[in-house]
Write a protein that binds this ligand. Sequence first.
Ligand SMILES: [Zn+2]
Length: 419
Amino acid sequence: MITIENNWLEKDSKGVGYKQYLRKLAILKYLYNDGKMPKRELANRTNMSSPTINKLIEELQELELVKDYGLGEANQKGGPRPTYFGINPESRFIIAIDVETYNTKIAVFNLVKEIVGDVKEIKVKISGNTENILDLITKSVELHIANLNINKSKVIGAGVALKGLVNYELGESYTYLTHESKTIRELFEERLKVPVVVENDARVMALAESQFGLAQNINNVLCLNVNWGLGLGIICNGKLYNGNDGLAGEFGHIQVEEDGLLCDCGMRGCLETVASGYALQRLAIEGLKKKVPTRLEKIVGEDFDSLDIQTIIETANQGDQFATSLLSEIGYNLGRGISYLLHIFNPEKIIIGGLVSLAGKYILDPVNYSLNKYSMAQIRNKTEVQVSKLGKKSVILGAYAVFIRALFSEIESAEYSAL
Ligand SMILES: [Zn+2]
C-alpha cells in the first residue's frame, strides 16, 4: 500500500492524532463518494458519535476542505430540515498526467471529480532522455497550473499513467522513461514537489471505467486499452488486479503467431503486432505502398509516417472501403485475442477503450464476429462487449482516480477498522 503524505490534512503519524487524521480522511471519502449529506448521516456511515462528527467537521471547515451547503429537504417524517455538508470543490487540486507514445496530456482536477479548465496536450515522444522528458512535462504542468490561476500550495498530489511495465507499489517503470538509479515516482516527486503515484495506462483506464464509466458497480470487468499498443486492466471481484509483481495485464504480448512480426518488446508474433494502433498503421502503409485505392493516399501522400490512428478512423467514417477493411482486420484479430480472456475470466463486461476504440462499430462489429466464432456460447452469451464512453479522457480520468484511490486507501487499513 502506498501512503500519501498530506500535511494539508494535518497528518499526525501516530497515536490519537493519527486516529483523528484517519477519521477526517474517512469523512472526506464518504463525501467524495456520495456527495453532500447531513452530519447525522455521516455519523451513521462512519460509526462515529455526533460530538466527534461535529468536532471533525468544524476542523475540516477550518481547513476549507468541507463547506456548509445550507438546509436540505425535510425527510418524509417531517421534523427540522437538516444542514448539508460537502466537499469544498476547489479547496485543493490534483494533477493528472497521461504519458502517451507521441504526446502527454495534463489535467488539473478539483476534489469533486471535475477537470478544471481544459486538458492540455503537449507533443513529447516517450523515447529519449528520461530526465529531459520529465523536465518538459513538469514545465508544462507548472504553466498549466499558472494559467488556471491555481495557487501551487493547493495542489496535493499527482497521478501519472504510463504505458508498458509499471509497478504501482514501487513506483517503477521498466519499459519507458527508465532511469539508472531512481524510480519514475521519485523523479516526478522531485520535480512536482507533491506526492505522486504511477500506474500502467490500461490499469488506470480500468479504474476510470469503474469510477466514471461503464464498469460502475460491476465486479468482473476487463478493460482493453487499444491505443498504439494494446493493454489490459483487470477488475476482479470489484478490485483492480495487479498481479504478484504488479505487472498483470500484458495481454498485448502473448504470442498469437509463431515467427510473426517483431514486436516492440523484442519477441515475435505478439498480439500487439496484429491488433493495435501500430498494426493499423502498418497495414495502412502496406496498402498505400501497393497503391490500393483509398482516400488516405490524398491525405498522407508519400509521408507515410504521418499516418495516425485518428486519420484512418476519420477516413473510414467517410465510407472509405480500404480504411474500413483495416479496422475490420484489427477488430477481428483483437476479438480472437479477447476470446482467450473470455474463457479464462468469464467477465460480466468487456470494455474497449483507447484511440482505436473511437472507431466505434467499425471495431466493435468485427470483435463481436470473432468472439462468436472463437468462444464457447455459454461463456460468450452473457458477456457484454462495449466501446468506452469516456473517449480520449479515459486515461487522464484514470490518472486522477489512481491518486484518489491511494489517498483513501489508508483508511482501509487495520488501524481504521480498530477505531
Ligand atoms: Zn510484444
